[in-house]
Structures are given as C-alpha cells and as structure tokens.
Design a protein around this ligand. Structure first.
Ligand SMILES: C[S@@+](CC[C@H](N)C(=O)[O-])C[C@H]1O[C@@H](n2cnc3c(N)ncnc32)[C@H](O)[C@@H]1O
Length: 427
C-alpha cells in the first residue's frame, strides 16, 4: 500500500477485482485496495482477473484489461472478432457484450454524464439507427494504419502500435472486398477505405496528393427528405450507413421548421442539415451554414446549389460569431502570436428561428453557446458525438435561458463505446 492507503500497482501486475459501473470511454470501474482500476473487456457485476496496462505516477487510477472471467455477467457473449481482446485491436470496446445490452450501457453513460455535469436527470433509451441488425458490417469508412513492413492493420488501445488484421467484422463487406488487408502499403502512413451509399469502395493511400484525392456521393433517404451529397473520400460523413438519415429525420422532427423561417446550421460539413432545412423553409426562408473545412465548404456549395435560400460560409464558428477561439492557449492564440481581431461575420444573421449545432467531440463551448442563445431561436437541435461535451453545453444553454426539451440517443457505432445524442432546447 502507498502512504495514502492505496494499492501500489504496476504495469503487468495481476489482481482479482469485482467490477463496478460502466464509465464514459469503454471501460468499467473497479477498486483494488483503495486504488481505482479502469477495466476494459469486463462488465458490471463480474468478478475478473485483470492485468494492469497503464500506471502513471501521481495518477489516482490505473488502467487494466480483464484477462480471465471468474464470474460472468448474464450479458456477456463470446466476442465475434478474434482481435477484440487484450493487447490486440483497440477499435471495439464492447464486442463481449450482447448488442442490446451495449445500448443499455451507453444509456447509463449518457444519464450519468447529464446527472454529474449538467445536474439533470434524463430519461434516455439508446436506439439502433435505421438498418442496423447485429452491430456488425456497418462501418463504411475505415482508416487502416500501416506497420513498419507495410501491412495494414488497426491500432492497439491507447497506443500507436499497429496490430495487423486479416478482417474487421464491423467494416462494410465492400471495404474488405477491396483486398486492402492483403495488400502491401510500403511508404504509406495509412490506407483509408470508403464504401459510399452506392457503388464500389474507394481506396485512398495516405498521405495522398490533391490530384488523387477522390470524392464519393452519399445518398440520404428519409420519409420527408432525400438528397445526394458529394463528399471528399477523406472528408467528414457519418460512418454508419443509417446514421445521416436517422439524424436528419430526428432533427427535422424536433425543430419542425416552417416555410419562411431563418435557420443556422453550425459545423455544417458538406451541408446535410442545411439542405434539409433549406428544403423545409423554402425560397422565402434563409439558411446559413458555417463550416471551417475548405474542402467541405467547396462540396457544400455544389450540394446546396438547388436550395436558393441556403448560403454556406467558410469560417470557424467561434470566428464567425466574433468570440475568442476555444483553445488551451486562450483567446490570444499561440504564444508569441498577436491577439486576433474579433469581428462577427457580416453574413451571419443577428436573429434566427432555428439553430442546428453538430460540433466535433469537443462540443461548441461556452462562448459559442452564448452567441447561439443571443440569436433568440425558438428551437435548437444539438447533435453530439460526446455526451460529456453535450452535458457541459447543456449547462451553458440553461444558463442562457434554454431548457432541454427532448433527448434521443442512437447506437451509430455498435461494438464501440461511442453514442450519438440529438437534443432539443427551447426557451
Ligand atoms: C460532426 S461533423 C458534422 C458535419 C455535418 N453536420 C454532418 O452531419 O455531416 C463536425 C464538422 O465541424 C467542422 N468543424 C470542426 N471545428 C469547427 C469549427 N471550430 N468551426 C466550424 N466548423 C468546424 C468539421 O470540419 C466537421 O465538418
């Protein structure tokens, strides 16, 4: 034991633990003689033998893998993938869990984040996205890493080490059919394979030059909206084939856009929500899409050309609102740089009826949320891939006078710990 009455654990130590609740990040929490142990490959309620994989000086917890199950949970199943095991691929966290229970674990994590971070009790059920059956074969975009002898593989958990694989069971079968896992990729950092909604998969060697950076077309079909979107093969698009349609349908159902309204689509990518909003508000309405990635904005210009009310702006959302950039180095930017002039983008409206926020994992942040509230929208739809960031931004929205009026969660990444939430806020 250490001076603080905690077990002194080191990498490689093996101890028996009783597994406690699931936590955000694909592991469960256990304790060994006062020391917190984050355990992968286990389930709440199990008794397991773990091997410590990470123990850092000054850290109150260690990380460990379950290497033997002594008392199994009723929700445990044999992992379908041979690489979903300690020391192997780090991509999937929950292959050893029945898919329906994976969703219950994710719902627990969402509830826990809202309770702890936003001080809100929420009811949430994690739903499958359209077309998902058994949680396998869904991934339409996979970036395979390349090892030092040119084999394609996947990375170990919390490591740069590459595990060569001969299959990936969550990948769309068209990705495997390219033969990417039998190829030799000497000189490449990675191989990106994309299976768009229609047609053959596309293989992109990374790094790739502009000239050989292909685009793909993704089709979205919902009961109320259908459209094609051109996307750079390495650009952002939802990886589950049912996700984009599910999220558009959910956002439209929550916001109920009306003809003639003004809407903002923030972090708009190639224009998925902007197009759906553009169609709904019609030519008398107005939609402004804001996105920082030049390639995505260029694609959005083409994708949105048929909606006369939609305008796509290339800017960071915080820059467009004229607020400091959310960065660790603070508002002044990197050390030695002159402070940026904060000026609101002239094409950003001063008021809006509706706002869609779909930020990266870091969330929108306090300043952007405050600016969104100042537009006085009647409804805000927040699409979030990290429930912790959503819970934090929920607090900021509540401070600004907006309440959480609806919350749905989707299993857009089966077998992994990831979960996508769509939240509705109104005054
Ligand atoms: C989760 S994706 C959503 C894209 C789009 N809404 C969709 O569903 O396809 C987040 C997008 O935000 C963009 N992005 C990241 N940081 C940004 C920022 N500070 N300002 C504007 N866009 C940003 C990324 O390039 C990416 O396209």
């Amino acid at each position: 034991m250490t001076g603080t009455e905690q077990a002194d654990l080191h990498v490689g130590d093996e101890v028996e633990v009783e597994v406690g609740p699931v936590a955000h990040g694909g592991f469960c929490i256990a304790r060994h003689e006062g020391r917190v142990v984050f355990v992968r490959h286990a389930l709440p309620g199990e008794r397991v033998l773990v091997r410590v994989t990470e123990a850092r000086d000054g850290q109150r917890f260690v990380r460990a893998d379950c290497i033997e199950v002594l008392e199994a949970s009723e929700h445990r199943v044999p992992a379908p993938c041979p690489y979903a095991a300690p020391g192997l691929c780090g991509g999937c966290d929950f292959q050893h869990v029945r898919v329906s229970h994976q969703r219950e674990l994710k719902a627990t994590v969402v509830r826990e984040q809202f309770a702890r971070v936003a001080k809100l009790d929420v009811e949430v059920v994690v739903e499958p996205v359209a077309g998902d059956h058994d949680g396998l074969g869904w991934r339409t975009r996979v970036e395979f890493a390349v090892d030092e002898v040119g084999r394609a593989g996947l990375r170990q958990h919390r490591s740069h080490d590459v595990v060569p694989v001969d299959t990936c069971l969550i990948a769309d079968e068209r990705i495997l059919a390219t033969g990417v896992l039998r190829g030799h990729w000497d000189g490449d950092d990675a191989v990106d394979v994309v299976a768009p909604s229609q047609g053959e998969a596309v293989v992109v060697r990374v790094p790739s030059g502009e000239a050989d950076a292909p685009t793909v077309v993704e089709h979205v079909e919902t009961p109320s909206f259908s459209a094609d979107f051109e996307v750079a093969a390495r650009g952002f698009w939802q990886v589950h084939p049912g996700a984009a349609g599910t999220f558009v349908q959910t956002v439209l159902a929550m916001l109920e856009p009306r003809e003639g309204e003004t809407a903002l689509d923030l972090y708009s990518g190639v224009g998925l929500f902007a197009a759906a909003l553009g169609e709904a508000v019609g030519p008398q309405g107005k939609v402004v899409a804001v996105e920082s990635d030049a390639g995505a904005v260029a694609a959005a210009a083409g994708n949105l050309a048929r909606y006369p009310s939609v305008l796509a702006i290339r800017a960071r959302v915080d820059d467009a609102f004229g607020v400091p950039r959310a960065s660790k180095s603070g508002p002044a930017g990197r050390r030695g740089q002159r402070p940026r002039k904060l000026r609101r983008h002239p094409l950003l409206p001063l008021a809006a009826d509706l706002v869609v926020l779909d930020p990266p994992r870091t969330g929108a942040g306090k300043d952007v949320v405050a600016q969104v509230a100042r537009l006085s929208p009647r409804a805000i739809a927040y699409v979030a891939c990290d429930p912790a960031a959503l819970a934090r931004d929920t607090s900021y929205l509540r401070d600004a006078g907006y309440e959480l009026k609806g919350l749905r969660a989707f299993d857009a990444f089966p077998m992994t710990h990831h979960v996508e939430c769509v939240a509705l806020f109104e005054r």
